[in-house]
Design a protein around this ligand. Structure first.
Ligand code: ZN
Ligand code: ZN
Length: 149
């Protein structure tokens, strides 16, 4: 977690009339220092594993706020659960998701980025965020017969 990330987080908490507690900072730090795509529950468990005394509701609430203010990104990979990831100071990317094992691959395609911009301009939209997900079978799952599992 960089100083500028912490400053942004402080401002968000202030806007929400919430106190800057060590627990909330730890939630944000946990997300900032990881490149994984995790559910709030997994973030909660990771914090508990690090002996951070934080409540489940603080983690869930903090993740909601971080998302509202664009400090994290979240996505549904088809199972109805939100996976959160670090988004600040991180190059915006898209995702390829394996529908069988859930493996997530990140990619950046400048042509896709360009097309999105053109579309937004054409309809006079100012782009804030986009979600682009490709669902399929990863190489390993293609090579593994379904019956084996
Ligand atoms: Zn797979
Ligand atoms: Zn990602």
């Amino acid at each position: 977690m960089t100083d500028s990330e912490l400053e942004k987080f402080k401002k968000v908490l202030k806007d929400e009339n919430l106190k800057l507690t060590p627990q909330r900072v730890e939630v944000f730090r946990e997300v900032c220092n990881s490149d994984e795509h995790r559910e709030a529950e997994e973030i909660y468990l990771a914090l508990r594993k690090r002996d951070i005394n934080v409540s489940r509701s603080t983690v869930y609430r903090t993740m909601d706020i971080l998302y509202q203010y664009d400090l994290v990104q979240r996505m549904d990979i088809g199972d109805g659960k939100w996976r959160y990831e670090h988004w600040l100071n991180c190059h915006q990317h898209d995702h390829l998701i394996c529908i069988r094992c859930g493996t997530i691959v990140e990619f950046i395609n400048t042509q896709i980025e360009g097309i999105q911009k053109d579309v937004a301009e054409k309809f006079n939209y100012q782009l804030v965020r986009h979600v682009h997900q490709l669902f399929g079978l990863c190489k390993q799952c293609q090579d593994t017969p379904v019956s084996v599992k």
